[in-house]
Design a protein around this ligand. Sequence first.
Ligand SMILES: Cc1cc2nc3c(=O)[nH]c(=O)nc-3n(C[C@H](O)[C@H](O)[C@H](O)COP(=O)(O)OP(=O)(O)OC[C@H]3O[C@@H](n4cnc5c(N)ncnc54)[C@H](O)[C@@H]3O)c2cc1C
Length: 598
Amino acid sequence: MSEYRAPLKDMQFLLHDVFQVETLWSQLPELAELIDKDTANAILEEGAKLSAEVIAPLNRNSDEQGAVWHEGQVTTPDGFKKAYQLYCDGGWGALSGDADFGGMGMPKMLQAAFEEMTQSASISFALYPMLTAGACLALAAHASTTMKSIYLENMYSGIWSGTMCLTEPHSGSDLGIMTSKAEDNGDDSFSISGTKIFITGGEHDLTENIIHLVLAKIPGAPAGPRGISMFVVPKFLVNSDGSIGERNTVSCGSIEHKMGIKGSATSVMNFDGAKGYLVGEQNKGLNYMFTMMNYERLGMGIQGIGAAEVSYQQAAAYAHDRMQGRSAIAEQRTDKVADPLIVHADVRRMLLTMRSLNEAGRCFSTYVAKQLDLVKFSENLEEKNQAEQLVALLTPVAKAFLTDMSYDNCGLGQMVFGGHGYIREWGQEQLVRDVRIAQIYEGTNGIQSLDLLGRKVVASKGQLYSVYQNEISQFIKIHQDNEALNDFIKPLQQSLAKLDELTQFILTNSQQDKNLVGASATDYLAVFGYVSYAYMWALMAEKSLTKTEQDEFYQAKLYVGQFYVQRILPRVDSHMQAVLAGSEPLMTMPAALFGYKE
Ligand SMILES: Cc1cc2nc3c(=O)[nH]c(=O)nc-3n(C[C@H](O)[C@H](O)[C@H](O)COP(=O)(O)OP(=O)(O)OC[C@H]3O[C@@H](n4cnc5c(N)ncnc54)[C@H](O)[C@@H]3O)c2cc1C
């Protein structure tokens, strides 16, 4: 099995060539002084070393050994503690944290590249700091200054970790029906009771304290999602001088045995009148969680890309080495009994599919990260407002489309290995098992597609869609006379016209057909994703075209981009036909005919 190598050149190409971050950052006052090209490259290089040399070597054992629960304590796999310490010593947990509370304040575009590397190295490991970063984001955005000063610095430094406690046994996608309760103690605290399940990093041995962000209902709160509040519930209470105090009544009942990410402790957490502190205002908990989720959901997409990148690297190396069959044209290796797999069109189909989707996915996640940075750092209200709308629209796509494509890609990587892909030693089967969860947690991809189509496109009467559509149309207009870019602009224009038609079809018919949004959402998100990737390929091709003479890196970009528009983009048509068929084929069969009803 070949080693993981962080795709630094790709990341630098996106940052410096495609999105021209030097210009962007120089226009954002908070970033102008903080970061330049050399600093960004140095950070990425250090991140690449940490990921490839420290974290990646732990991944296989973390799968075999897993996290282990014993009498309420969880032991992480061998090596995690030491690697986590190195992660913290390097200040990685503080990378994009709030500078007033010990963070470094770096842009999300850079953080996203670093996240991809750690996810490639080991999803199980990367989840521990990832959840902490998410909890920090929610606190930084919504907690009082006092609360931030108690928790944030220790969380950025990694001395304490964080969790996100939403899910309950009977309440997953539908958080409005949760029953965890928060009773006012009459001082500044609440008494939290209930059981949360599937809590990532709910218990472990990496940090001296774990800060749980818990969603619960205060008695008398409105029913449904509008009655949910957010609380900080530390594993150990924190004394007024900041030292660790007595143990809170929160405990880990068990951890799950699961398909993948076995080194990540997926915990059942019992809150038995645990002391908790309200974050922000009552009944705003779900809104606060969504602030964080815009980042986390992009993080899930990046997790997918991380896994699919490793799968590609290993599959490409294998396709050069493995000798099977002969080329359809002429023997390539007359010195051998067979040619390498790379000569076969079908193997190339798998590799190019993976690569074209991975690279477009990385470009798309960088694009969304750029919008998050504009929301956070821009002082131009119009620009900020537009970025906010794009974040709202594109977050579900970044989560669902990237993870759907990544799961498929890991399956293709496994297939390049044939039977050996099914065998443990090559690592491909672990990637398939590990990456599957990214489609499920943080809101299933089905729920993401409903968010995109129902809450974003239809609820805004197409207004959010038009912000993105206008940007792409503008790009097409600017470049439509550029003949060299024709191969990318024409297919983009045609596929965007199809997405427009589909959007209009749903806007027109969804009032009358109440099932239309639900019936169309997954296919609509797929069309949206493929068109977005065509836009990303056009952006990358435009920057690569002028450089083909100099470097085969840019030549490869153009080959892979051509493959995307010719072989992958036509998938738009089948998804489109599915939507245009309406809800009838799904909804007319009586429920009883599905069978198996008890
Ligand atoms: C390994 C792992 C780690 C996790 N980590 C965390 C964590 O740290 N914190 C946390 O709070 N949770 C966590 N979760 C929980 C995860 O977010 C939920 O499992 C997920 O959101 C789905 O909820 P559910 O399992 O209850 O499925 P359900 O909500 O029961 O959904 C079942 C199926 O029905 C579909 N569905 C449900 N409602 C609708 C609807 N209205 N319309 C259309 N389709 C619908 C879903 O898309 C899904 O396909 C984790 C889960 C796992 C497995």
